[in-house]
Design a protein around this ligand. Structure first.
Ligand code: 13P
Ligand code: SF4
Length: 396
């Protein structure tokens, strides 16, 4: 399937330039930064690719560029390594020689890279406004209140926090302080097995902040039942749960979700099956339970890429994840059908904030000896967050 066919299938072209303007101003309620103070090159500058190439060559091994699979093609072409959240965290930690790590992804990923790299290394996010709406759904204050509710209910002992990578450093710090672990969509099962298994012997897990990844993993992969799971709503007293419900639960799921993956519905799966006979539906585990149970395959972005790459010519897929990745897969495999699971456009607007002008500005600033948009985590938070991240990296 060609790019045009994908555009037609999803009902529209690439995002409007309006996206480029978003993110200016302030947003104190967010985990991310808010402003990009630099003088960005114009998006219409025909020399942007050449400028990025020249700046990167001038910087040589002193810079290492990481690119998440949801990044735009114009950015991905300059990534030294691409990956899912887990792979990028591991790759950042494995590059002690790079003076500058340019993270083409979102804010929580850059924070995690800062925590896992040496102090002399600087982690740079080309646009500080590239946050994550899911990460913003759990603030440190709300999570502390939830823990107090667990203490009051007599349920804190025996509760192991497991936090998705898509969370602020402060939440990861909370998790480390309470001897929990971080997880990503590619190791959530192992994280839950660790929490309930002989290492931690947890009676229940407090899963932050994505209720869908928590529920999908617990029910589909660990064999727990839907009634073992309760949803903690941070906007209601005690999460809207009784002390008994907190004590009896095996999975206390934070009421957070990804607005991109939340768009896919059971109806999308039914529609694509009717439209493309024999199609294999692959969904990311951030999708709702009713979607992943209707899908044929479920996995992280890295897994989705592997499945499509390894499929024989003529295969047909409908993919439930962010559109930049689905379009890239469709372009890479003109001999296969790679359709988007929804009929309407579904980019992650914050991932899309990192564009070529921001990357060029970042790299050219480094060439001039100016470090812009460095992401740093408070050392006290970082120490506990590192513990939770290292627990994840050591999961069997
Ligand atoms: P993975 O890359 O770990 O699959 O996560 C997807 C995501 O939503 C990152 O924000
Ligand atoms: Fe956050 Fe969803 Fe975007 Fe990932 S795709 S960065 S979870 S909003």
């Amino acid at each position: 399937m060609t790019l045009d066919t994908v555009d037609a299938a999803v009902g529209g072209p690439a995002p409007s330039p309006l996206l480029l303007l978003l993110g200016r101003g302030t947003d104190p309620a967010s985990e991310r930064g808010v402003d990009c103070p630099g003088d960005l090159p114009s998006a219409s500058d025909p020399d942007l690719v050449e400028r990025a190439r020249a700046a990167k060559a001038a910087l040589g091994d002193s810079v290492f560029v990481l690119g998440h699979h949801y990044q735009r093609d114009e950015v991905i072409q300059f990534a030294d390594v691409t990956g899912d959240s887990f792979k990028l965290a591991r790759d950042a930690a494995a590059r002690p020689d790079a003076r500058h790590i340019v993270f083409c992804g979102v804010h929580f990923m850059a924070e995690s890279a800062d925590i896992l790299t040496a102090e002399r290394q600087g982690v740079i996010l080309p646009d500080l406004a590239a946050g994550c709406s899911m990460a913003d759904m759990a603030t440190a204050e709300q999570v502390e209140q939830a823990w107090d509710a667990l203490v009051d209910a007599g349920a804190a002992d025996g509760t192991v926090p497991v936090t998705y990578m898509n969370s602020s450093a402060a939440i990861k710090g909370f998790t480390g302080r309470h001897d929990g672990t971080v997880c990503t969509s590619s190791n959530a099962r192992r994280a839950l097995e660790w929490a309930f298994g002989p290492d931690r012997r947890g009676e229940r897990v407090l899963f932050l902040p994505d209720q869908h990844l928590g529920r999908n993993t617990a029910v589909r992969e660990l064999g727990l039942s839907l009634t073992d799971c309760v949803v903690y709503n941070p906007h209601r007293p005690n999460g809207g749960l009784t002390a008994r419900q907190l004590r009896d639960a095996k999975m206390i799921l934070w009421k957070g979700h990804c607005s991109v993956h939340g768009r896919f519905s059971r109806a999308c799966v039914d529609e694509v099956r009717a439209r493309i006979p024999g199609v294999t539906v692959i969904a990311h585990p951030e999708c709702q339970y009713e979607v992943v149970t209707a899908a044929d395959l479920v996995g992280s972005t890295e897994y989705i890429i592997k499945v499509v790459d390894e499929a024989p010519p003529g295969s047909a897929f409908a993919v439930g994840t962010e559109l930049n990745l689905v379009r890239r897969l469709a372009n890479r495999h003109p001999d296969k059908t790679v359709a988007f699971l929804d009929k309407t456009v579904c980019y992650c607007s914050t991932m899309n904030r990192i564009d070529l002008p921001h990357l060029v500005w970042t790299l050219e600033s480094l060439v001039r000896g100016e470090v812009v948009n460095r992401v740093t985590v408070d050392p006290d938070i970082a120490a506990n967050a590192r513990k939770a991240l290292e627990t994840m990296l050591a999961l069997p």
